[in-house]
Design a binder for this molecule. Structure first.
Ligand code: HEM
Length: 159
C-alpha cells in the first residue's frame, strides 16, 4: 500500500541517521531542539493516499446497514458520489495539515436536520478505522486522525 511505501523509507531514514556518530558540539546544539515532525497529511501519504482511504471508507459505509440508507442520494448518483468523496478527502487533507482547501459546508450545516445518533456516528468511525487498518495506517496516525474528527461529533449528531 502507498501509505506503507512512504512510511518505510521515512523510518529507515530515521534509523540510519540516528546511528551515525555525531560530533559532541552538534549533539549539544541540536539536543534542545524538537525533532522535526512531518505533518499528519504527509505521514498518511498525501492527498492521493487519503483519497484511497476515503474510497475504502465509503465502501465500508455502503456495506453497513446501520448507516448506508443515509447515503442513498450519493450512492445512486455517480457525479454526486465523486463530489462527496472529493469533499471528504479535501477535508481530511486540509485538517491534517496538507495543502488542500475544503470548500464544503461546515459540519453543523452539512448534517442539519438529519438527527444523526451517537450510534450512527460510532458506526461511521468504525467504517473509517476499518479502512485505515486496511491501508496499513499505523495506530499513532489513526489516533491523531480520530482526535481531529472526534470533536466534530457535537456538531454532527442530533442536529
Ligand atoms: C467525523 C464524522 C463525519 C465527517 C467528517 C463528515 C463529513 C461530511 C462532509 C464533508 C459532507 C459533505 C458536506 C457538503 O456537501 O458540503 C458530509 C455530508 C453528509 N454526511 Fe457526514 N460526516 C461525518 C459523519 C456523518 C455521519 C455519522 C452520518 C450519518 C450516519 C453522516 C451523513 C452524511 C450525509 C447523509 C451527508 C450528505 C450526503 C449527500 O450529499 O447526500 N455524516 N459529511
Amino acid at each position: 500500500m502507498r501509505v506503507r511505501a512512504i512510511l518505510v523509507p521515512l523510518v529507515t531514514f530515521g534509523l540510519t541517521t540516528a546511528c551515525e556518530p555525531k560530533p559532541a558540539a552538534d549533539v549539544a546544539a541540536t539536543s534542545a531542539a524538537p525533532a522535526a515532525t512531518a505533518s499528519l497529511h504527509d505521514r498518511l501519504g498525501g492527498r492521493a493516499a487519503i483519497a484511497t482511504v476515503v474510497d475504502a471508507f465509503v465502501a465500508n459505509v455502503a456495506a453497513d446497514p446501520r448507516i448506508n440508507t443515509r447515503f442513498s442520494r450519493v450512492a445512486t448518483d455517480t457525479a454526486a458520489m465523486r463530489q462527496f468523496k472529493g469533499k471528504l478527502a479535501d477535508q481530511i487533507c486540509a485538517g491534517t495539515g496538507g495543502p488542500c482547501t475544503y470548500s464544503g459546508l461546515d459540519m453543523k450545516a452539512a448534517h442539519q436536520g438529519m438527527r444523526i445518533t451517537d450510534a450512527e456516528f460510532d458506526a461511521l468511525v468504525e467504517a473509517l478505522v476499518k479502512a485505515l487498518d486496511g491501508a496499513g495506517v499505523p495506530q499513532k496516525e489513526q489516533d491523531e486522525l480520530l482526535a481531529i474528527l472526534g470533536p466534530m461529533r457535537a456538531d454532527i449528531t442530533m442536529k
